[in-house]
Design a protein around this ligand. Structure first.
Ligand code: SAH
Ligand code: TYD
Ligand code: ZN
Length: 417
């Protein structure tokens, strides 16, 4: 790999991207590739790596990466992720959209904007209801899929000027929604100024992202990647909103993607916060969630987890067992590159995304194949990278287990089922 590898140096850090405060590093996940950059075999161009250090802000508590990858390198025309490939997520977002239609989008001519609309998995329900909407997403190919479903999409990065432009053309938005996107964006001050430009007086900005509390509880360090710049909590989101004249008015823990929180933000004073906000902030304070000692204990567990997984795979190889992986998730790049898991330990990884098949996973270069034939082929073990869809995938692949195949899960601890 060395002849095609460029590793960036670790740059000096300018301070917290939210408030400018001092950020203390607590975890070093080493050199990491772009987690969604699946390579064509034989590709001569050097592979981009950055150094993934994680730290916490002493002032606003926000947990964040120390190095930012330029956004155009992560999100572009051919960005391969497609939200609609999971039935769990299709149902989740259809329910979300219906909730907004029933509660917030009931006025005379409501308008909803989604930041990171991808292939239209959520806005489809809004479009079908005949409600004005706009998706904003820089991933052109995914936006084409959404347009094919009758959804209006602007192919761009949402930021301050884009928010202003949308308001000028379409008027203010009653709801701005964003799932698994806002935490990807390092330049949050610009996003929040854009939200401020775009929201109606009583409008809400609702976003769902992996929850720091779940990540610490499950040692799910794959939630940290180039695309997951921030690990949000109620404490840090509340402070981020306050710094921009906004207020966190509701929080709800949700089970999708291994544990997230749905945050609702409104203009300061426009809505009464629910008791859930103060309750979750108090819970975070009581467990010392943002204290460096807590975060350093998490870092110890991450190193142990990676070593245990590597040891198990090495032992299975020595026993002559065949191990494959399931789900070429972006998240798994963090695990494979940190733990040193390549094609010598995992023969290939299966994934339903046509854009990933026939390619190699970032950094460690495990071949990606279609799941066709999985379960009836010769694998003894399947390492479940898409553990956040364990129920959906294990139900679909019951045949694999019935034939004696075993699943390897590495979170909350390394185990075989
Ligand atoms: N909301 C979907 C997609 C998440 S993937 C879901 O939850 O499944 C993240 C998406 O955010 C990608 O499609 C990416 O292109 C998009 N994205 C990244 N930065 C963005 C920005 N600044 N504005 C709008 N979309 C962005
Ligand atoms: P996901 O966990 O949603 O996100 P990320 O890539 O950001 O970590 O990715 C799930 C991956 O697993 C995606 O590439 C599609 C794949 N997948 C399957 O191959 N089969 C399935 O049944 C499901 C649900 C997902
Ligand atoms: Zn800060």
């Amino acid at each position: 790999m060395s002849d095609t590898t460029t590793t960036t140096t670790r740059p000096a850090r300018g301070g917290c991207r939210v408030c400018g405060g001092a950020v203390e590093q607590f975890l070093d996940l080493g050199p990491q590739p772009l987690s969604d950059a699946f390579r064509v075999p034989g590709e001569p161009a050097p592979e981009f790596f950055f150094h993934m250090d994680v730290g916490a802000c002493a002032d606003c508590s926000m947990v964040q990466l120390l190095e930012e990858v330029p956004r155009e390198q992560m999100f572009h025309q051919e960005y391969p992720y497609r939200s609609s490939l999971s039935s769990t997520m299709r149902e989740h977002f259809a329910g979300n959209a219906q909730h907004f239609l029933d509660t917030e989008l009931t006025g005379p001519d409501p308008f909803m904007v989604e930041i990171g609309s991808n292939d239209g998995v959520l806005l489809e329900t809004v479009a079908e209801a005949g409600v004005r909407h706009l998706g904003v997403d820089p991933s052109g190919d995914a936006a084409e899929v959404a347009r094919g479903r009758g959804i209006d999409v602007q192919v761009s990065f949402f930021e301050e000027e884009v928010g202003r432009g949308i308001r000028e053309r379409h008027g203010p938005a009653d709801v701005i929604f964003s799932a698994n996107t806002y935490s990807h964006i390092a330049y949050v001050p610009s996003i929040l100024r854009g939200v401020n430009e775009l929201l109606t007086e009583r409008g809400i900005f609702v976003f769902e992202d992996p929850y720091l509390g779940d990540i610490l509880e499950k040692t799910s360090y794959d939630q940290i990647s180039d695309e997951h710049f921030y690990l949000f909590s109620a404490t840090s989101v509340s402070e981020m909103a306050r710094l921009h004249g906004l207020e966190l008015v509701d929080v709800e823990r949700i089970a999708v993607h291994g544990g997230e929180v749905r945050y609702t933000v409104a203009r300061a004073g426009a809505r009464t916060p629910t008791p859930a906000v103060a309750a979750l902030i108090a819970e975070e304070r009581e467990c010392g969630m943002h204290e460096l000692a807590t975060l350093r204990r998490f870092a110890d567990r991450v190193r142990t987890s990676a070593a245990e997984l590597r040891a198990l795979l090495t032992e299975l190889r020595e026993q002559g067992k065949t191990v494959v992986a399931y789900g070429a998730t972006a998240k798994s790049a963090t695990v494979t590159n940190f733990a040193g898991i390549g094609p010598d330990l995992v023969d290939h990884v299966v994934d339903t995304t046509p854009e990933k098949q026939g390619r190699l996973t970032p950094g460690v270069h495990i071949p990606v194949r279609s799941p066709e034939g999985f379960g009836t082929d010769t694998a003894d073990y399947a390492l479940l990278f898409a553990w956040n869809f364990a129920d959906e995938i294990m139900a679909k692949e019951q045949e694999f287990h019935d034939a004696g195949g075993r699943w390897i899960l590495w979170t909350p601890h390394v185990h075989v089922v």
